[in-house]
Write a protein that binds this ligand. Structure first.
Ligand SMILES: *[C@@H]1O[C@H](CO)[C@@H](O)[C@H](O)[C@H]1NC(C)=O
Ligand SMILES: *[C@@H]1O[C@H](CO)[C@@H](O)[C@H](O)[C@H]1NC(C)=O
Ligand SMILES: *[C@@H]1O[C@H](CO)[C@@H](O)[C@H](O)[C@H]1NC(C)=O
Ligand SMILES: *[C@@H]1O[C@H](CO)[C@@H](O)[C@H](O)[C@H]1NC(C)=O
Ligand SMILES: *[C@@H]1O[C@H](CO)[C@@H](O)[C@H](O)[C@H]1NC(C)=O
Ligand SMILES: *[C@@H]1O[C@H](CO)[C@@H](O)[C@H](O)[C@H]1NC(C)=O
Ligand SMILES: *[C@@H]1O[C@H](CO)[C@@H](O)[C@H](O)[C@H]1NC(C)=O
Ligand SMILES: *[C@@H]1O[C@H](CO)[C@@H](O)[C@H](O)[C@H]1NC(C)=O
Ligand SMILES: *[C@@H]1O[C@H](CO)[C@@H](O)[C@H](O)[C@H]1NC(C)=O
Ligand SMILES: *[C@@H]1O[C@H](CO)[C@@H](O)[C@H](O)[C@H]1NC(C)=O
Ligand SMILES: *[C@@H]1O[C@H](CO)[C@@H](O)[C@H](O)[C@H]1NC(C)=O
Ligand SMILES: *[C@@H]1O[C@H](CO)[C@@H](O)[C@H](O)[C@H]1NC(C)=O
Length: 578
């Protein structure tokens, strides 16, 4: 029974292959070769144009697809091809009349405007110039491409592009086949809710509308409710000054809704969470928007919930366990309360969890079955109890662990320091106590930052810590660590920029330092470290800007270090506490 299936699959692949390859027409080939000559390409990085050579069928070149019956080039994808420089307005590109799909995304055509020549490509159904650094007004000529189904002019980080004349209305009036419209980052000069009326009138069947950072104003107008086939709606980073209308919950095809930083207020309609198709919900940074989480029914399809920095409150519902594919839950900087229910145990797909800056209490979740998690941020709450053993033992993909400023206690398991991909361990401002145990394999870790300050840790600092060569920041201040630290123990720390050992019961022995000691240190705090002489290695520091040597026993005058005098060094250090 297996053979027919394999044959089918094989035939299907064959059909696809024949459809997009085929004999290259000489006339089409020479246009492409001419185009390659016109374009300024940085061949030191990867470019699709590398494969364009006369010895091969042009229909097989990277980014080129032909119609097999005719050999006409119908698809050209030159995205991410390291093309730079101005676009020749009489380019041979515009003679490729049969093109249906053109993608020039992610190149740099600065400072060219979008070329008017595009109007000659009347067969275009898909045009993508996102992130390609065109500048200025979008030309009226784009509106002549009446077969367009998908238009992506988005300009996320580029130079200013605008829609003034023609305005949005002029651009889309005749593009009645459009289903996907991406205008992110383009300055759209329409007053009030005009943009919404224009869109719903001209493009009632739109499926994707992405207009983040377009300088749109508001409020969100009822006319938007006519775009009921929307699957993706992104209006983030516009000053809409609006409530969130109830009708959004009636968009029964909606897959993603992005409304971060829109100056929204009022109460967020809970029913939006319950749209059966919704997978991505991002409404962060609308500090005046209130709301709470609903009871999630079984089969909820949400994968991403971002509600950071809003006025959401209440408890996390037990029914959160029904969001079986939840990957990303960011509800930091809200006013949530209560404890984290054991229902978190069922969130096996979780990759990123940020509950920081709320008023959660009770035990922190063990997340033993969330083995994919990379970021776990529970800081600034009222969590109590100890660190679950699952963190060091089961969460093998963890990169960021931030439990700062809670009421956690008990020992810090040394297994945390050997999580294979861990980069940041921040446990400061809790009540952790006892001694830190030695651990292995520290020298091969990715650890960049350890912050254990403001706890009740005691005993010696384990030698294993001094073997973590990758460390940039180490803070152990305000604990009860004791013993003597020699400056030579930092010989392995070639990248350390921040070190804080203040306010322990340590003795820091500075003798024996040399010109290679802590070469990149910029923030050094050694307050109350029983230091007797002025640290000689400071003489060589060129990155230092923050130094604290307060409450030590340094006698005599500050050293005079010749032409690179100490005071010269000190001038650029602030604050300086000795
Ligand atoms: C943009 O192109 C560069 C190569 O020129 C590539 O490294 C990068 O991943 C591309 N970015 C996107 C978002 O496609
Ligand atoms: C543009 O291309 C045409 C034809 O290939 C050429 O004659 C002309 O010099 C080019 N212009 C610029 C500014 O490169
Ligand atoms: C346009 O091309 C970029 C880069 O390849 C891609 O990320 C983006 O999804 C494309 N836009 C559309 C609408 O397909
Ligand atoms: C739109 O199309 C109509 C006729 O199909 C034409 O008269 C008009 O000039 C076009 N408008 C624009 C802005 O292209
Ligand atoms: C929208 O789609 C419907 C069919 O689904 C079609 O009858 C109607 O003409 C379309 N409207 C526009 C403006 O394309
Ligand atoms: C944004 O729109 C306002 C009017 O709503 C206008 O005054 C301002 O210049 C626009 N900003 C940009 C960058 O176009
Ligand atoms: C949502 O759709 C239902 C049923 O079609 C309708 O009764 C209700 O008025 C709609 N709500 C809004 C806010 O448009
Ligand atoms: C977790 O999932 C299992 C089976 O998938 C189910 O039996 C159990 O009730 C769920 N637990 C919670 C707390 O939702
Ligand atoms: C957080 O909890 C504390 C103590 O339970 C309470 O005083 C404070 O008002 C709460 N804050 C918020 C934002 O609910
Ligand atoms: C240390 O690394 C070795 C080899 O890479 C490995 O066999 C051993 O299990 C590791 N030990 C710990 C405690 O991770
Ligand atoms: C350090 O502290 C531990 C436990 O608090 C104690 O047992 C030990 O004697 C102390 N060592 C020194 C050198 O003070
Ligand atoms: C420092 O250690 C001494 C002796 O071990 C002890 O008496 C003292 O309480 C410790 N001080 C602090 C702040 O832990």
């Amino acid at each position: 029974m297996r053979n027919p299936i394999i044959l089918c699959c094989f035939l299907w692949l064959c059909i696809i292959f024949i459809e997009v390859s085929g004999q290259c027409l000489e006339e089409q080939r020479s246009l492409l070769i001419q185009l390659k000559k016109e374009l300024s390409v940085d061949y030191s990085t990867k470019s699709k144009l590398e494969s364009w050579s006369l010895t091969t069928d042009c229909c097989s070149w990277d980014g080129v697809a032909c119609k097999h019956q005719t050999g006409h080039v119908i698809r050209l994808d030159l995205s991410s091809s390291s093309i730079n420089g101005e676009f020749n307005s009489s380019s041979s590109l515009f003679s490729l009349r049969y093109l249906q799909q053109l993608n020039l995304a992610n190149n740099s055509f600065y400072p060219s405007p979008l070329p008017m020549g595009l109007q000659q490509l009347l067969s275009l159904t898909h045009l993508n110039v996102s992130g390609s650094s065109f500048v200025g007004q979008v030309p009226l000529e784009i509106s002549f491409l009446t077969r367009l189904v998908s238009l992506d002019l988005s300009n996320h980080f580029g130079y200013p592009m605008m829609l003034e004349s023609p305005d949005l209305k002029g651009l889309i009036r005749n593009l009645t086949d459009l289903r996907e419209l991406y205008l992110d980052g383009i300055q759209i000069s329409l007053t009030g809710s005009e943009w919404s009326k224009v869109l719903s009138l001209a493009l009632p069947n739109l499926s994707v509308l992405s207009m983040s950072g377009c300088n749109l104003s508001g409020p969100i107008h009822p006319s938007l409710s006519q775009l009921k086939f929307l699957t993706h709606l992104n209006l983030a980073r516009n000053n809409l000054i609006s409530i969130v209308p109830d009708f959004l919950a009636n968009f029964s095809y909606l897959i993603s809704l992005q409304l971060c930083s829109c100056n929204l207020y009022g109460r967020f309609p809970e029913n939006i969470f319950l749209i059966p198709t919704l997978r991505i919900l991002e409404i962060c940074t609308n500090p005046q928007l209130t709301g709470s989480l609903p009871k999630f029914p079984p089969g909820t399809t949400l994968e991403v919930i971002r509600l950071s920095n809003m006025d959401f409150s209440g408890k996390l519902p037990d029914s959160i366990s029904n969001i079986a594919f939840l990957r990303n839950l960011q509800i930091d900087d809200c006013s949530f309360i209560g404890s984290i229910t054991s229902s978190f145990q069922n969130l096996t797909e979780l990759v990123y969890l940020d509950l920081s800056w709320n008023n959660f209490s009770g035990l922190i979740p063990s997340l033993a079955s969330s083995k994919k998690i990379t970021g776990l941020i529970l800081s600034n709450n009222g969590f109590t109890g100890t660190i679950p053993s699952s963190y060091g033992n089961d969460l093998k993909n963890l990169e960021i662990l931030n439990l700062r400023n809670n009421l956690l206690q008990g020992m810090i398991p040394s297994s945390l320091f050997t999580i294979p991909s861990i980069k940041l361990i921040a446990l400061s401002g809790n009540r952790f106590s006892g001694q830190l145990q030695e651990f292995q394999n520290a020298s091969s870790s990715f650890l960049r930052e350890i912050d254990l300050s403001q706890n009740e840790l005691q005993g010696p600092i384990p030698n294993s810590i001094f073997k973590i060569r990758s460390l940039n920041h180490l803070s152990l201040s305000s604990n009860h660590f004791n013993g003597t630290i020699g400056v030579g123990m930092f010989d392995d720390f070639k990248h350390l920029a921040g070190l804080d050992l203040s306010d322990n019961n340590l003795s820091f022995n500075v003798s024996g330092s040399n010109s290679k000691t802590l070469p990149y240190i910029s923030r050094l705090r050694l307050g109350s470290c029983n230091i007797f002489e002025f640290p000689n290695f400071l003489r060589n520091q060129i990155h230092l800007f923050h130094l604290d040597l307060s409450n030590n026993r340094i006698g005599g005058a500050l050293p005079n270090w010749g032409s690179r005098g100490w005071m010269l060094v000190a001038k650029q250090i602030e604050p300086l506490e000795i």
